[in-house]
Design a protein around this ligand. Structure first.
Ligand SMILES: NC(=O)C1=CN([C@@H]2O[C@H](COP(=O)(O)OP(=O)(O)OC[C@H]3O[C@@H](n4cnc5c(N)ncnc54)[C@H](OP(=O)(O)O)[C@@H]3O)[C@@H](O)[C@H]2O)C=CC1
Ligand SMILES: Nc1nc(=O)c2c([nH]1)NC[C@@H]1CN(c3ccc(C(=O)N[C@@H](CCC(=O)O)C(=O)O)cc3)C=[N+]21
Ligand SMILES: [Mg+2]
Length: 290
């Protein structure tokens, strides 16, 4: 089985980006500047945002972290978004999800200037993506496309099954893999919690993308020999033998799939690092607007 090493690929791409940023600096161009808004104290969100900020430093971007407590009001969040929209020094920004329960995520998303929406979550970017127009693509699905492309995994004409229909992973993944282009041109089936007989669908998959959020739910009996597996899930499972008291695992039972899949992304070190790289690529693109 081939390990689809997202961490190594991300390091390679970040090296390429660093060279481009060095060139921009030498020619007196605009250094990309990403801002991240982090609200509350969700430990997973903190770790993702920290890795985004660290990656900005690695490639030579400017970065700004805006942290607020859970008690923040909706209008205060909207005010931060408005400031970032209007700040000429900020090329792109993200509001880390999930937001506290009393904040309306849709309202926040709708307030983001599509030109700075490096997550690709706003209606303008989702619409443009769906129409096949240039747009900011959502980082996780785009990172997966980059990985399939760089590993030379053919998607044209393949049966792809996507587990999950969220706005940030499952739905855009389905749109991107089924549209004309490369990677693309796949026949895509989207499954979710109301799907009857999940196994019927997963067993037909040439490529299976799991974005569910249930630890190790996909097992060897659910797939055919030679399947390519993209495991998006990041789950923290209690494990007293670890220093931190938990281990990370995906939505796929990696051990049982190792002898059946032809290629698979590990967790950690698979899709996660590619997501961060895609966000950086979107920020670089946004910075070229000036
Ligand atoms: N590696 C990375 O870069 C990223 C990783 N993630 C991880 O990916 C996973 C999914 O994230 P996200 O898309 O945001 O999650 P959501 O919770 O928003 O969506 C989960 C989806 O899975 C579906 N689902 C739940 N249970 C089942 C089931 N038993 N059978 C089939 N489908 C089911 C849900 O169906 P329904 O719509 O009916 O509720 C829903 O569509 C999480 O583990 C998350 O941490 C997320 C983003 C980026
Ligand atoms: N506005 C917004 N945009 C997002 O893109 C977004 C979000 N909100 N909310 C949460 C999800 C999740 N997500 C991840 C990013 C990086 C890793 C990542 O780098 N993971 C590492 C290690 C993770 C760890 O050690 O905890 C890995 O898989 O190797 C994971 C998950 C982005 N998301
Ligand atoms: Mg700048």
């Amino acid at each position: 089985m081939q390990v689809l090493d997202g961490k190594a690929l991300a390091t390679t791409i970040k090296g390429e980006m660093r060279e481009e940023v060095d060139q921009i600096r030498l020619s007196g161009g605009n250094i990309p500047h990403l801002a991240a808004v982090l609200i509350g104290d969700n430990p997973a969100s903190e770790s993702y945002v920290r890795s985004k900020v660290r990656s900005c430093e690695e490639v030579g971007f400017h970065s700004t972290l805006i942290r607020r407590g859970t008690e923040i009001t909706q209008s205060e969040v909207l005010e931060i978004v408005e400031q970032l929209n209007n700040d000429p020094d900020i090329d792109g920004f993200i509001v880390q999800l999930p937001l506290p329960k009393h904040i309306d995520e849709d309202a926040v998303n709708l307030a983001i200037d599509p030109r700075k929406d490096v997550d690709g979550f706003t209606p303008v970017n989702v619409g443009r993506m769906t129409l096949g127009l240039p747009s900011f693509l959502p980082a996780t699905p785009n990172g997966i496309l980059t990985m399939l492309d760089r590993y030379g995994i053919e998607t044209s004409g393949k049966e792809v099954v996507v587990l999950g229909r969220s706005n940030i992973v499952g739905t855009p993944m389905t749109i991107l893999l089924s549209r004309k282009g490369s990677p693309g041109n796949a026949t895509v089936t989207m499954c979710h919690s109301r799907t009857q007989d999940l196994k019927f669908h997963t067993r037909r998959a040439d490529i299976l993308v799991a974005a569910i959020g249930i630890p190790e739910m996909v097992t060897a009996d659910m797939v055919k020999d030679g399947v390519v597996i993209v495991d998006v899930g990041i789950n923290r499972v209690e494990d007293d033998s670890r220093k931190r008291g938990y281990r990370l695992c995906g939505d796929v039972d990696y051990k049982s799939l190792e002898s059946k899949a032809s290629a698979m992304t590990p967790v950690p070190g698979g899709v996660g690092p590619m997501t961060v790289v895609s966000l950086l690529m979107n920020t670089l693109k946004a910075s070229k607007r000036k």
